[in-house]
Design a protein around this ligand. Structure first.
Ligand SMILES: Cc1cc2nc3c(=O)[nH]c(=O)nc-3n(C[C@H](O)[C@H](O)[C@H](O)COP(=O)(O)OP(=O)(O)OC[C@H]3O[C@@H](n4cnc5c(N)ncnc54)[C@H](O)[C@@H]3O)c2cc1C
Length: 420
């Protein structure tokens, strides 16, 4: 895998005169600090080390248990977390570039990092009280505790408000019952951000759950997935699980706001990962087109093969801007967190970024497999792995359809929301 030239890519955007209206945002891209470049170089090094174990685990259809250890070794388990909790306090654009590099390795690593750092740590940092933050975030940033985010249930996916998991307050403790389905990092997490509905008023609240609590059970390791084998996925169960009152994350009854704000962050990470998938597909295809010969010439000299290369490159470049834009807008939101209008705009942009980048990543991986021919269809080909692994990005953290509905209703107004 080639070493990634972060600055080179940023310079290309600067030179493009068609983005005049966005010059202000783009100029921020050109001012990556030395420490930020160094962090991204570390991400690059870690990615080079991750690649072997990721492929070994993928070929053996298993979770890559080396992933968290390698990320911890390079001190990359707390990229967006405040320095006082042991993180790097990286700006969203820096985190996006890091996820892009991890995406070149594959969506398995992107999923691990996205769930641990965006849906887990960042959510606790945003909504937690000081006690929760100082107790959990340093361990998470060090990688000694892995985090997960448990919203989906067997009968509640796109419609989380219809969840069946419940909580009641009994003798000063919350008692949780229910199950959570398809939870990434589910069986390896020490702490999970869990959502449940009040058995009294039906309102959803968010909780931080320690997986060592009595009543917490890993119902099943979900290994029958189509791809993404290197990422841990589990069905979790809570049986009369008692947790203390200070496990509540944010305000009681406002859990869906916690859930949706986490997904806003997560979608930027997934979109960024998809950019990396496309870059890796493009690199692999360009290389293969220059050494594989058929009909007496290099396949790169066949114009129909050039069309696939051109389309992958176009997919990549047409996804990059929506993703970077979402990250830059998120940076503005972090400076002005109570700006509701900006929040809605960032929410829409992060949905757009994930929608565009995940569709384009899957199309690019499909074209890459085509360009590779029969070898592309083998489990030993890097592009075959991207085909299987990138498909999930059109489903998790909000399906394509939910992203489209979100974007449309943000244009038309609240009264046009087609789901509740
Ligand atoms: C590998 C993997 C990892 C995951 N990790 C996590 C995790 O860590 N944490 C977590 O909480 N969840 C996780 N998920 C769950 C994921 O977020 C859900 O699968 C996703 O939100 C879709 O929910 P669903 O599967 O129930 O599909 P459904 O909601 O049943 O949707 C079925 C179809 O109906 C469409 N649809 C639904 N409602 C509408 C509507 N109103 N209008 C039009 N179309 C609609 C959907 O777009 C989809 O095409 C993961 C999923 C996978 C596959």
């Amino acid at each position: 895998m080639k070493k990634r030239d972060f600055e080179g890519i940023l310079k290309i955007h600067h030179l493009d005169p068609t983005f005049q209206s966005s010059v202000d945002q783009l100029s921020k891209l050109g001012t990556l600090k030395k420490s930020e470049i160094e962090l991204l170089e570390r991400v690059d090094e870690a990615s080079n080390e991750l690649i072997t174990s990721e492929y070994e685990a993928y070929i053996e259809r298993r979770y890559n248990e080396s992933g968290p250890a390698i990320l911890s070794k390079f001190d990359l388990m707390g990229i967006p977390i405040d320095k006082k909790y042991g993180g790097h306090a990286a700006r969203p654009i820096v985190h996006a570039l890091a996820m892009e590099r991890f995406g070149q390795v594959g969506m398995g690593i992107v999923t691990l990092v996205d769930v641990h750092e965006f849906l887990g740590s960042l959510t606790i940092q945003q909504w937690g009280n000081e006690d929760q933050k100082s107790r959990i975030l340093p361990e998470a940033a060090k990688g000694t505790s892995i985090l997960a985010y448990a919203l989906t249930e067997p009968d509640a996916g796109s419609d989380p408000a219809s969840m069946a998991s419940t909580f009641v307050l009994k003798d000063g403790k919350f008692v949780l019952n229910g199950s959570k389905y398809l939870i990434s990092n589910g069986s390896i997490a020490r702490y999970l951000v869990v959502f449940a509905k009040s058995a009294v008023d039906g309102l959803v609240s968010a909780f931080i759950v320690d997986s060592k609590t009595d009543g917490f059970e890993i119902g099943m390791h979900l290994s029958e997935k189509l791809g993404l084998f290197t990422s841990d996925t589990a069905l979790l169960e809570f049986h009369d699980m008692e947790i203390s009152r200070d496990s509540l994350l944010g305000i009681q009854g406002k859990g869906l706001s916690v859930a949706y704000s986490a997904l806003l962050n997560g979608r930027i990470g997934i979109g960024s990962g998809c950019i990396g998938v496309m870059e890796d597909c493009l690199n692999n295809c360009a290389e293969r087109a220059k050494y594989r010969t058929q009909h007496g010439k290099l396949i790169g000299k066949h114009q129909l093969i050039q069309k696939h290369l051109a389309q992958i490159a176009t997919n990549l470049e047409s996804s990059r801007w929506p993703v970077y834009m979402a990250a830059l807008m998120k940076e503005d939101l972090e400076k002005d967190p109570n700006n509701k209008e900006l929040l809605r705009a960032v929410d829409r942009q992060s949905a757009t970024a994930k929608l565009v980048a995940s569709r384009n990543a899957f199309d690019s991986a499909d074209r890459a497999v085509q360009l590779f021919g029969g070898f592309g269809y083998s489990i030993l080909s890097p592009v075959g792995k991207h085909l299987l692994d990138s498909r999930v990005a059109r489903i998790y953290e909000g399906t394509d359809e939910i992203m489209e509905l979100k974007i449309a209703s943000s244009i038309l107004g609240k009264e046009f929301e087609s789901y509740k």
